[in-house]
Ligand binder design. Structure first.
Ligand SMILES: C[S@@+](CC[C@H](N)C(=O)[O-])C[C@H]1O[C@@H](n2cnc3c(N)ncnc32)[C@H](O)[C@@H]1O
Length: 260
């Protein structure tokens, strides 16, 4: 089971099955926290886009008017309303491995913005997006289905597709180790949610996988290390006692070569 749940084909099939109810189930079962955390993730992206403009203590380049934003593990695109609030003219490339998640994103939420969104049904670990093509990379709740080695590969992908001076922000549900109420939180994820899913979704056990994935994932600490090792500037944050953690940062601009 442990290795199988990180097989991309297994993950794609899991989310294909979840796609119809994903939006409502994730909002209700998290008591609305996913909405708030997506918002935090985009706030951090906006903050990093300002940080990226500072070089040698001076505010240098203007931010691009129509930033190219790659949304990794985009799912049904729940983050896009937040992205368009922050960057109204953004062009989003949405990457997801589950065809059904893409289909729900297209038909339900984003017809009005369709010219600003490109959908790619692909594995985020080996996309052929051009090097240095993205101004920003964002990902919400798409890290936990990667094991540590896969996170390292993803960090290199992010560093590769970001242009110099570009920025990123990633957030993931996490295991709040050390929190007084962690036993309650774990009981909810590991026991209550599976029971609710069996009762209300006719015996399904797909959403319940979040318990196993978040426990194995831990938090964004490994991702932070992997992104640093890939050459990015990284800051790490905990949200609501560590029930989510996030990493955000920039791709440094290489210093100009000395004049001959
Ligand atoms: C929990 S959902 C998050 C969706 C969305 N970002 C959100 O905020 O609701 C995780 C998504 O990651 C996608 N995913 C998982 N592994 C992937 C991979 N290797 N490449 C691309 N997408 C992947 C799944 O298909 C699923 O749609």
């Amino acid at each position: 089971m442990t290795d199988e749940i990180y097989d991309p084909a297994y993950v794609a099939a899991l989310f294909d099955r979840c796609s119809l109810r994903y939006r409502r189930w994730s909002a209700v079962s998290s008591f609305g926290f996913v909405w708030l955390w997506r918002r935090h993730c985009v706030d951090r992206l906006r903050g990093q886009s300002q940080v990226a403009r500072i070089q040698n203590g001076q505010v240098t380049k203007r931010a691009p008017k129509c930033p190219q934003i790659v949304d990794l593990m985009a799912g049904t695109g729940e983050i896009w309303p937040h992205v368009f609030d922050a960057f109204p003219r953004a062009q989003i490339t949405a990457i997801d491995i589950s065809p059904n998640m893409h289909a729900h994103a297209v038909t339900r939420l984003h017809q009005t913005r369709s010219r600003q969104i490109t959908h790619l049904n692909a594995n985020a670990l080996d996309t052929d997006l051009p090097t240095s093509s993205a101004d920003m990379v964002v990902a919400t709740f798409g890290l936990k289905t990667f094991n540590a080695d896969q996170q390292t590969v993803l960090a290199h992908q992010i560093a590769r597709i970001l242009r110099e001076g570009g920025c990123f922000s990633l957030i993931e549900a996490s295991d709040p180790k050390g929190w007084l109420l962690r036993p309650l939180y774990r009981a909810y994820l590991d026991r209550a949610l599976p029971l609710l899913e069996r009762v209300f979704l006719h015996g399904a056990q797909d959403f319940s996988m979040i318990g196993a994935y978040t426990q194995n994932f831990g938090d964004c600490a490994h991702m932070a290390d992997a992104l640093r090792a890939a050459g990015l500037n990284v800051t790490y944050q905990r949200h609501f006692f560590g029930c989510a953690t996030s990493v955000a940062g920039t791709k440094p601009i290489a210093p100009d070569a000395p004049a001959p």
